[in-house]
Design a protein around this ligand. Structure first.
Ligand code: HPA
Length: 279
């Protein structure tokens, strides 16, 4: 094993040991909260909270819209670990660094990953606030978190991504959304770009032609590691803005955050219902 791989593995193990010593119950469900979707964390009961700085080798969030806290506890009767604030490739991290927290939590024994993000809509039928259950993805980030020596105890060298997003969980999320009367609910393909610059009209046209329904700067690295770690995965993209290449409007971070605030209530209800309905 190369020094880099050995070091990464030791650092992950140190963070696992740190959390194992401090958590009364190990988490079963890992939840990653996207931009502006942090409110779910307020619903966690019997919680133990860590600032990312306290946990050995956790990266530091450089984006003000991301809090940087791990909250472990109970949600709708299930043991969850919520990552409130995530890391992005555009911050300068490798995707291996971005996925460090997820790798650590998966080794604590979790079986599920619920991952969310704020995204730009590419499908013309979408409206701001649409919650898109992710059916599949395109990785346009020029990195892969599994690049380098494979750590065989963690997962296979060539993980199969034919069903990265668990079909049963997709159905469950759509059923829960319908039951709750959430009108702006869809299913589609998410494309991850490197960022931090947003797309041009020509890039938007191209991404549509590639088959993407929503675009963002996250999620895919975590999903790749989640599959590698054997997690069953549900992804939900909150469509903050809809990008029409023929009538292109400026995409402004303040507008994205404002839209996320509006959709957050439905997102929280949906997540609560999904977690409560899981086996
Ligand atoms: N593009 C990329 N990322 C985003 C967007 C977008 O339009 N909206 C929210 N995150």
């Amino acid at each position: 094993m190369t020094t880099g791989a050995r070091l990464y593995r030791e650092q992950v193990q140190e963070a696992v040991d740190f959390l194992e010593e401090r958590l009364p119950v190990p988490p079963d469900i890992i939840i990653i909260l996207g931009t502006g979707l942090g409110a779910l964390a307020h619903h966690i009961e019997e919680s133990t909270t860590f600032d990312y700085e306290e946990i050995p080798y956790f990266p530091r969030s450089t984006v003000t819209s991301h809090a940087g806290r791990l909250i472990c506890g109970e949600l709708a009767g299930k043991q969850v670990a919520v990552l409130q604030g995530r890391f992005h490739y555009y911050e300068g991290y490798s995707t291996r660094q971005i996925t460090f927290p997820l790798r650590v939590l998966s080794l604590l024994g979790a079986r599920y990953l619920l991952v969310s993000n704020a995204a730009g809509g590419l499908d013309r039928a979408f409206r701001p606030g649409t919650l898109m259950v992710i059916a599949d993805h395109l990785n346009f980030i020029p990195d892969n978190p599994l690049r380098g020596i494979n750590i065989d105890e963690w997962g296979p060298r060539f993980p199969d991504l034919s069903q990265a997003y668990d079909p049963t969980l997709q159905e469950l999320a759509l059923e829960c959304g319908q039951r709750l009367g959430i009108e702006r609910l869809a299913r589609g393909v998410y494309v991850a770009i490197a960022g931090p610059s947003l797309e041009t009209p020509a890039e938007t046209r191209y991404l549509r032609q590639c088959g993407a329904d929503a675009v963002g700067m996250s999620t895919v690295p975590e999903v790749i590691v989640g599959v590698h770690a054997g997690l069953r995965i549900l992804g939900v993209a909150m469509v903050a803005n809809v990008n029409d290449p023929d009538n292109f409007q400026a995409i402004l971070i303040d507008d994205i955050l404002a839209e996320a605030k509006k959709a957050e209530h439905d997102f929280v209800r949906l997540m609560h219902e999904v977690v409560g309905s899981m086996e």
